[in-house]
Write a protein that binds this ligand. Structure first.
Ligand SMILES: [Zn+2]
Length: 428
């Protein structure tokens, strides 16, 4: 047994009581069912959940009521699918005070920190996350522990460890580098065989390390093509950290599935992404002024803040252009989903930025629910309150289609039929 599984075993003993079991049958009664296709909400609805799956959803007076069900009174709330955040690092370490404090973090400590962040993620209404780069496979152990009901947390899709080239983004002590197509193919296969459903590659420089220019293509076309091909053959999808138009053009040509951040993306590059059906996960929240408090809190060094300021305006323009060009966008924050930001969570703030940059509230809500489900290839089971899908549901205190800021007011969180947060009248 390694330290990581030892830590998780210890942790689950401590918090076994914190994982609610899914009730056999639950009815969410009286809420307004938000229409993700843009029509009016269905008022006074009933959502019937059996064994973690949505069995019925419709007007309360037409849905047959099961016997002996737990009934949660959701009148006065708006029901949306559980939120999905596609760019999360549960074991995030950023330069500065935070990195110093965590310099000697053991695997056990890392696992506990990730499990705590997973629990807070659920509390923030986020029921599915994608992890594009974690350390020491803590993500894969945690996913197992959550699936077994040992610790509370969202559904996890993960890229395992991100693949980095020598001198590129993510150059830090203790990191393994992969140079050339063969090393990258081998590394991609290793991550997939360990359980990764995605592969993440660093194809341009980034903000958080000083390895390489953010706007430059650092990985060669041969390297990118090799990874994409090898991953696709094994059924995994590939996404790239990229701030660079040049690197993005190469990756899109190679058939990559997604681009993260896109700090300096221009209109021609975004048009190419739109044409190829490449996803963009903006993580706009990291580069905007409201996040300054966070960087101060974690003691970010001056070089980091300078690098951050250098991308803020371009990043915002790239997001506006991506929305204008109709690029498929899935919400991601690159901050912990529940991280306090501007009086709410990073996840809610990210969605609000999308509206400020040109999306309708419906589009922003889709970017936080059904669009990520499509990107994951899981829209048959996730992303909407539809019969047959997993019962992942959030109740809001206001109508998000009227004002996306309603995402700040979460009253109920259900994942797989289990209630993780509840401020409503409840008759178990
Ligand atoms: Zn990231």
């Amino acid at each position: 047994m390694n330290y990581l599984s030892l830590a998780l075993t210890g942790f689950l003993l401590l918090c076994a009581m914190a994982v609610p079991a899914a009730d056999k049958t639950t009815v969410i009664l009286g809420g307004s069912l938000v229409n993700l296709d843009g029509g009016p909400a269905l008022e006074n609805s009933a959502v019937v959940i059996r064994d973690g799956i949505i069995e019925a959803a419709g007007p309360a007076n037409t849905v047959p009521m099961p016997d002996q069900a737990r009934v949660i009174d959701a009148s006065g709330t708006w029901l949306i699918p559980g939120l999905m955040n596609m760019h999360v690092h549960l074991g995030l370490v950023l330069p500065g005070k935070m990195a110093v404090e965590l310099a000697d973090e053991s695997e056990a400590e890392l696992a506990l920190r990730m499990a705590a962040a997973a629990r807070e993620t659920l509390q923030a209404g986020v029921t599915t996350i994608r992890l594009p780069g974690e350390q020491r496979h803590g993500d894969l152990s945690l996913r197992k522990a959550i699936a077994r009901g040992h610790v509370p947390g969202p559904r996890i899709y993960s890229a395992g460890e991100a693949l980095r080239i020598t001198g590129g983004h993510g150059s830090e002590p203790d990191v393994t580098y992969h140079d050339g197509p063969y090393e990258l193919i081998k590394a991609a296969r290793r991550e997939i065989s360990a359980g990764a459903d995605w592969i993440k590659i660093m194809i341009s420089g980034g903000i958080a390390t000083d390895g390489g220019d953010i706007a430059q293509a650092l990985m060669t076309p041969e390297e990118i093509r090799a990874v994409v091909d090898a991953a696709h053959r094994l059924g995994a999808r590939v996404t790239a950290h990229s701030g660079s138009p040049a690197a993005t053009v190469i990756a899109v040509d190679a058939g990559i599935d997604g681009i993260e951040h896109g700090y300096f993306l221009d209109r021609p590059t975004l048009r190419q992404m739109k044409k190829a059906g490449t996803w963009l996960v903006p993580t706009i929240v990291v580069s905007q002024p409201a996040t300054a408090d966070f960087y101060q809190r974690i003691g970010s060094p001056p070089w980091y803040l300078t690098r951050l300021q250098s991308v803020g305006k371009a990043h915002w323009r790239a997001l506006e252009l991506a929305i204008e060009e109709g690029v498929s966008i899935a919400l991601g924050t690159d901050q912990l989903p529940a991280e306090p930001n501007d009086g709410t969570t990073a996840t809610a703030r990210e969605a609000q930025y999308y509206v400020e940059a040109g999306m309708s509230p419906t589009q922003a809500l889709r970017a936080a629910t059904i669009e990520p489900a499509r990107m994951l290839g899981a829209d048959d089971v996730l992303g909407s309150l539809t019969v047959g899908k997993h019962a992942d549901l959030v109740a809001l205190g206001a109508d998000p289609i009227e004002d996306i800021k309603a995402l700040r007011d979460i009253r109920l969180v259900i994942k797989g039929g289990a209630v993780y947060r509840n401020e409503l009248e409840d008759t178990p």
